[in-house]
Design a protein around this ligand. Structure first.
Ligand SMILES: [Zn+2]
Length: 287
């Protein structure tokens, strides 16, 4: 938050600040033909299963490679915090920071959710988003961000002094402990920064602080993903509700979320390019 300036401006400040921005990671190489295939395939989806996630709680779900899943608003505006793991190797998990570096602050149709190093492959591609009309608003806000982290009891304690047990970090941890029999210390360590589903966020123009505003999501809205490997998902219905006022408390009105799993006849996916883990040789200049 660079509001105060302690140091003196140098004589050549204009020259030093006038450089042109260059996109760090030009992502044109990431565009492939999968999206065309997926947009056609999704017209033939058949629902296999669905679960409901209660407010201020989380649940796990599994999606086989080649299937789709949707996260849907069902009773009222509600934000969801999503973690994704490779089902058979929980060390491989969603990497929000690199996904942000590749695509920007918020993601939507055609964008891929990349996994952490040394894997760095697409775990899932977004194939539909009923909120993609929102774009960026006049505050620079948008939906489905990869700039936030997840609400957690440690930051809550730091800022308010209170112990609160139903932040997304705790909800995600609890779901892994209860449903997957993972020991609590291990579960907490593998919970990671999320895709903030339906959350409307940005950075303030003056202080560049992370802001949230009431989500534009309404019952019936959904975001849909194509699973590119076998996935373990965990979704928390955030205690912030629509995140229009506050989170990390029992104050906000909260609603459940629905997760549904869909399959499609594999003939529609014949031309899909498989998502592979990175082929970098991991030498790191040692030899
Ligand atoms: Zn949350």
């Amino acid at each position: 938050m660079k509001i105060k300036k302690f140091s003196k401006k140098p004589f050549d400040w204009e020259e030093r600040t006038g450089a042109k921005p260059v996109v760090c990671y030009p992502n044109t190489n990431l565009q492939d033909n999968n999206l065309d295939v997926l947009l056609k395939a999704r017209k033939f989806l058949v629902k296999k299963n669905e679960i409901t996630i209660s407010p201020r709680d989380a649940k796990t779900f599994e999606v086989n490679s080649g299937n789709f899943f949707r996260i849907e608003s069902i009773e009222g505006p509600q934000v969801g915090d999503l973690n994704l793991f490779q089902l058979n190797n929980l060390n491989e998990k969603f990497y929000s920071g690199k996904t942000r570096a590749l695509y920007g602050t918020h993601i939507s149709v055609g964008d891929k959710m990349y996994s952490n190093l040394p894997y760095l492959r697409s775990l899932a591609t977004i194939t539909w988003d009923t909120l993609d009309w929102y774009g960026y608003d006049s505050d620079g806000g948008s939906v489905h961000d990869v700039i936030g982290t997840r609400c957690d009891p440690y930051t809550s304690k730091l800022l308010s002094g209170n112990d609160y047990h139903y932040c997304c970090h705790s909800n995600l941890t609890r779901a892994l402990v209860k449903e997957k029999n993972i020991e609590i210390k291990k579960a907490e360590k593998i919970v990671h920064d999320v895709l903030n589903v339906f959350m409307c966020t940005g950075f303030t123009k003056d202080t560049k602080q992370y802001f949230m505003k009431a989500s534009p999501v309404r019952p019936g809205d959904y975001i849909e993903f194509f699973a590119e490997t076998d996935l373990l998902g965990v979704l928390s219905a955030c205690p912030g509700g629509d995140c229009g006022s506050e989170h990390s408390s029992d104050t906000a009105k909260c609603y459940p979320l629905k997760v549904s799993i869909w399959s499609v006849d594999q003939k529609y996916l014949e031309n899909i390019k498989q998502s592979e883990t990175s082929s970098y040789n991991k030498n790191h200049g040692i030899d």
